[in-house]
Design a protein around this ligand. Structure first.
Ligand code: FES
Length: 106
């Protein structure tokens, strides 16, 4: 598995880290941080693709806008800014449940 580098951390990570997977790449994370924090530290800008195939980045960072929805542990539409990382967590960005399940809009 290819490692993903965190290049945008403001302060160094504490020593008690663990790995999560983001888009099939392993990346360091630490207890207490959100999935969005990891994505931003790893230089992700676009994180979500909505049901109309439009990509967006996180906007509010506090759970209101729903612009940061990602797939976490095979569950769609989880807000990255409101989800704390856990060891072995799997995160997929730019997923689209409608596309994956063949659901069509009118
Ligand atoms: S960034 Fe607005 S809900 Fe997550």
């Amino acid at each position: 598995m290819k490692p993903l580098k965190r290049t945008r951390d403001i302060t160094p990570l504490p020593s008690r880290n663990f790995k999560i997977t983001v888009d099939d790449q392993s990346v360091e994370a630490c207890e207490g941080e959100t999935v969005l924090s990891v994505l931003l530290a790893a230089n992700y800008a676009k994180v979500m693709e909505n049901d109309r195939n439009v990509a967006s980045g996180a906007y509010c960072g506090m759970g209101v806008c729903h612009c940061c929805q990602v797939k976490i542990n095979a569950k769609h539409k989880q807000r990255a800014c409101q989800t704390l990382v856990k060891p072995h967590m799997s995160v997929e960005t730019l997923t689209n449940r409608f596309k994956e399940e063949g659901i069509k809009h009118d």
